[in-house]
Design a protein around this ligand. Structure first.
Ligand code: ADP
Length: 298
């Protein structure tokens, strides 16, 4: 099972280049596509899900039915893909069970008995069985997302695309949603697009960082963290000093902590007195990759 994206480009009518020569190889498991807002994540997700066209490039999926040319064989793709969009609209006055049953009919599960079985199984799997009679309008953000997964799973997909799923979820809901996703990643390719570094850190075995339509890095999260080992330093400074440090050092990030900025600096040796070494994490990898790329482009 493999999804191969090669040299994919997309420029919208307004001149924004959302995808710039994107190439990625994605294997079974959870793949994190990490990037800031406007990076091109949704454009890429929608293209893979056959919801929009690319200008050029290729995408191929190698699955149980052999090789599919994703950009050409859209019907075939639709039969193996489950897509959970950023904003999942639901009919507020319909119950989860009724809507899922209806969507199952649309997916072509016409046998009533089979459909009932599929719907019940998915409601159990997404932990919504107890709420199945409740109208979707009364669902919390987390419940809606889980319903979104249930409908995405109707087709028994080999490829699952989840776009910015945890925005607006409380920690418990997020946790439950993560568990569900990682279970799915055991047998399928799950692509998780997000700007939240922790989502990728917790879930993904492989990842790419994307910014301004370009893939900056594809790497195993733990290996990427390992590569920064002993090279990330931290100092608590005054707000007025931030700019000065940025000029003198390779500042990866500045974040507020208890009312004051704490900067992280990339350096092989202690940058100056007062810096302490920190254990690098994925956030350092992320900011370091984006900052370096911006510097290189200047
Ligand atoms: P992300 O999902 O990472 O936030 P998007 O793929 O939504 O990024 O957007 C990438 C860029 O393309 C942004 O600059 C966005 O404003 C622009 N964009 C997205 N969709 C359209 C569209 N339909 N028409 C024009 N520009 C778009």
């Amino acid at each position: 099972m493999q999804l191969t994206i090669k040299n994919l480009n997309k420029t919208y009518a307004n001149g924004v280049q959302a995808l710039n020569n994107v190439s990625l190889t994605i294997n079974k498991g959870m793949f994190g596509l990490l990037g800031p807002n406007g990076a091109g994540k949704s454009s890429l997700m929608r293209t893979i899900a056959t919801l929009q066209e690319a200008d050029n490039g290729t995408i191929s999926f190698q699955g149980s039915e052999g090789e599919i040319n994703v950009l050409e064989q859209k019907d075939k793709v639709r039969s193996i893909v489950g897509y959970l969009p950023q904003e999942f609209g639901v009919y507020p006055k319909v119950s989860a069970e009724v809507l899922l049953d209806h969507l199952a009919v649309l997916k072509g599960i016409t046998n009533k008995k089979e459909r009932k079985e599929v719907v019940q199984t998915l409601l159990h799997k997404t932990n919504l069985y107890d709420k199945r009679k409740k109208n979707l309008g009364g669902f919390s953000g987390g419940m809606k997302q889980r319903f979104g997964i249930a409908q995405a799973l109707l087709a028994n997909p080999e490829l699952i695309i989840v776009d910015e799923p945890t925005a607006g979820l409380d920690p418990a809901e997020r946790n439950r949603f993560h568990n569900l996703l990682s279970e799915l990643g055991e047998n399928t390719i799950v692509i998780l697009s997000t700007h939240i570094v922790d989502d990728v850190k917790e879930l993904c075995t492989d990842m790419a960082i994307i910014n301004k339509g370009e893939v900056l890095l594809q790497v195993h999260p733990l290996k990427a963290i390992e590569s920064l080992k002993n090279n990330v330093w931290r100092k608590r400074i005054e707000r007025s000093e931030v700019e000065n440090y940025q000029k003198r050092m390779n500042v990866i990030s500045d974040r507020m902590s208890a009312g004051k900025p704490v900067i992280h600096v990339f350096s092989e040796t202690q940058p100056e007195e007062g810096f302490e070494i920190v254990e690098a994490d994925l956030e350092d990898v992320y900011f370091n990759t984006i900052t370096n790329h911006q510097l290189a482009a200047q």
